[in-house]
Design a protein around this ligand. Structure first.
Ligand SMILES: NC(=O)c1ccc[n+]([C@@H]2O[C@H](COP(=O)([O-])OP(=O)(O)OC[C@H]3O[C@@H](n4cnc5c(N)ncnc54)[C@H](OP(=O)(O)O)[C@@H]3O)[C@@H](O)[C@H]2O)c1
Length: 304
């Protein structure tokens, strides 16, 4: 039987009736890979992918992050197969702004027509009439780059007015782009690269918390190269937890607007990750973990 877990309280997206448990699930790992093409084609084990989604929701997860360009299309189709008809409180957050090249690349798809097509691809593959939340994804693969986002965001705002999208978020953006975005439309969440070793967004996290806007870190466990640190291992051993659980617990304790979406293709890892919500890190553990990010930052600066 699936265990109902306390997923570290909830957070209501500003100006919405969407209350998300702070421990969510990121669906990117459900697509397969084809040689060097990551997040491409069907997974090796479709039944396991379906089981991961069903177990996540049965455990209390009501926030799933996805994109129609995962696969492409594959991840959304698996979500629909596993979970439709969807529970009333489930919020599926998708992204627009990229597409996939045949070589597995991730070029931008930010033209008016690409954004409109992207909304319809998501609606069709998820099997819904309206998308709960759509993040406009700009910037590079790992980090944002400055530049106006007014044009594509205005298209998304128009799709919201047309009733195809309920709420809008941003991904891979700078604080300047966030400020610009707020002059175009309401923003409910920001999704950027952040974890205990990647802390460039520290001030941004705090600013969004003060405004009541959710911050949703992608690559919370390090993404394609998992977090590795002897200090993290030591803290985990001292708390009888795993390093990945400690990394997630650190995020959840970092700020009340932090919503986590760890990705996994395995039920075993899903269960391990969800249990991180119950892990309380004592102050000395947090200090040790904070020092990891500080060391990474110093190393980066000395390499510049
Ligand atoms: N906005 C953007 O540009 C952007 C970019 C990247 C990702 N995202 C979103 O962020 C979500 C999370 O990112 P992510 O999945 O790429 O990275 P992640 O959550 O940091 O890490 C996923 C990796 O960790 C492994 N893993 C998960 N749980 C584990 C555990 N308990 N023990 C050991 N290994 C474990 C997974 O392998 P297994 O499958 O073997 O568990 C997978 O290789 C994605 O699903 C996606 O929705 C957004």
């Amino acid at each position: 039987m699936t265990e109902q877990l306390d997923l570290t309280g909830s957070f209501t997206l500003p100006g919405t009736s969407m209350t998300l448990n702070r421990m969510g699930y990121g669906a990117m790992q459900l697509a397969g890979r084809d040689g060097g093409k990551l997040v491409w084609g069907p997974p090796r084990d479709v039944d396991e992918a379906i089981a991961v989604l069903q177990e996540a929701v049965a455990s209390g997860v009501n926030h799933i992050d996805t994109a129609d360009y995962y696969g492409p299309h594959v991840t959304n189709q698996i979500i629909r197969k596993a979970l439709s008809p969807y529970p009333d409180d489930l919020v599926i957050v998708t992204k627009l702004g990229a597409r996939r090249g045949q070589d597995g690349s991730w070029p931008h798809a930010l033209s008016r027509q690409e954004l409109i097509d992207g909304v319809h691809d998501n609606l069709r593959n998820l099997g819904v009439d309206v998308l709960d939340v759509v993040n406009l994804r700009v910037g590079g693969m790992m980090e944002p780059s400055e530049g106006s986002i007014e044009e594509p965001l205005s298209v998304l705002a128009e799709l919201k007015r047309r009733g195809l999208v309920r709420h809008i978020g941003l991904s891979n953006v700078t604080p300047t782009q966030f400020s610009e975005a707020r002059t175009v439309t309401d923003i409910v969440c920001v999704q950027n690269f952040y974890n205990l070793a990647q802390r460039s967004d520290d001030a941004f996290v705090d600013d969004l918390a003060a405004r009541g806007i959710a911050y949703v870190p992608f690559f919370p466990l390090g993404g394609f190269s998992l977090l590795q640190s002897s200090a993290l291992d030591r803290v985990a051993a001292s708390l009888e937890a795993t390093p990945m659980q400690v990394a997630l617990a650190w995020l959840l304790q970092r700020s009340p607007n932090m919503l986590t979406i760890p990705g996994t293709s395995s039920v075993k890892h899903l269960r391990e990750n969800l249990r991180a919500a119950a892990l309380k890190l004592p102050p000395d553990a947090i200090a040790t973990l904070n020092a990891i990010g500080e060391r990474v930052q110093v190393a980066r600066q000395s390499n510049q």
